[in-house]
Design a binder for this molecule. Structure first.
Ligand code: C2E
Ligand code: MG
Ligand code: MG
Ligand code: MG
Length: 269
């Protein structure tokens, strides 16, 4: 009896797993088509210098409306990585965001572009970035790449090489979602990174938690010692913005200022 139910259980799990796999497979096929048929689009979220009340730059974020419903970018990117579509999608993101940058941004504003792990580690990545920047005619110093901690902890030698090449083109590098993955503080010292984006989970907690405030203060201190810029992500309330300003963190991004929107729908002064 035990054997039988054991077998039954196995079939149950195997079905559920099979279903999940075929859903992802299906998604990857739709994604491929979406890419070919121009169903993907980019939205942009302002990054604000609150002390001057100016928009210093924008973060580009991908969107996909599939059969009327939005697919989360995290799912989209993980499926793209798994099914080998990430390079094509990554290049498309660069082309879109840089063309928008050349058309819509003022010369003092930068465009920040997210880069996934496999995209960043690929041997042709630097060449593709270079090519897309030249095509758009944007000053490379106005282009930032957002890379997660996972990307920089995977292969230190290769990461250093990629970063050095990107830096020599003039680009700036920021560490996205800083503080959530297992950490790279030691690596920040040796890697050519310019900016840290404090993960929004810490910002969400600051109004009620001295611990979260303490973590942010520690990150700010680290950043100032290492000469890194800082952005606070996911600022949603005035209280959070005021607390951050009091800690001397004046560059912020979040729904308080603006949701990500198509560029022509952002109404900013
Ligand atoms: P991320 O790079 O950390 O982007 C910030 C995410 O936080 C965005 O979610 C943004 O819409 C959201 N957000 C901004 N302000 C607030 C706020 O005040 N409150 C809350 N609750 N959320 C806020 P989104 O657009 O869903 O993107 C999720 C993640 O997907 C991104 O996290 C990034 O890792 C990835 N992603 C998005 N677009 C791209 C892309 O073009 N390429 C790559 N490789 N990854 C992308
Ligand atoms: Mg980002
Ligand atoms: Mg982030
Ligand atoms: Mg994130």
């Amino acid at each position: 009896v035990a054997k039988k139910s054991g077998l039954g259980q196995f079939e149950f799990y195997s079905d559920a797993l099979g279903q999940r796999l075929s859903e992802r497979h299906h998604l990857s096929q739709d994604l491929k088509q979406a890419l070919e048929q121009d169903e993907l689009f980019m939205v942009y979220q302002p990054i604000v210098l609150t002390s001057e009340q100016t928009v210093t730059g924008y973060e580009a974020l991908i969107r996909w409306q599939r059969k009327g419903e939005f697919v989360s970018p995290e799912l989209l990117i993980s499926v793209a990585e798994e099914y080998g579509l990430i390079h094509e999608i990554g290049q498309w993101v660069f082309r879109e965001a840089l063309s928008e940058a050349s058309q819509s941004l003022s010369p003092s504003q930068f465009m920040s572009i997210n880069v996934s792990v496999n995209q960043f580690l690929h041997k042709d990545f630097v060449e593709i970035v270079k090519c897309e920047i030249e095509r758009a005619g944007v000053d490379p110093e106005r282009v930032e790449l957002e890379i997660t901690e996972t990307a920089i902890v995977s292969d230190l030698d290769w990461t250093s090489k990629q970063l050095a090449q990107l830096k020599s083109l003039g680009l700036r590098i920021s560490i996205d979602d800083f503080g959530v993955a297992y950490s790279s503080i030691g690596r920040l010292k040796s890697l050519m990174v310019d900016k840290i984006k404090i993960d929004r989970s810490f910002i969400a907690g600051i109004a009620g938690s001295h611990r979260d405030q303490g973590i942010i203060e520690a990150i700010l201190l680290l950043a100032s010692k290492l000469d890194l810029s800082i952005v606070a992500e996911g600022v949603e309330t005035n209280e959070q913005a005021q607390l951050l300003a009091r800690m001397n963190c004046n560059t912020m991004q979040g729904f308080l200022f603006s949701k990500p929107e198509k560029m022509d729908q952002l109404n900013l002064s």
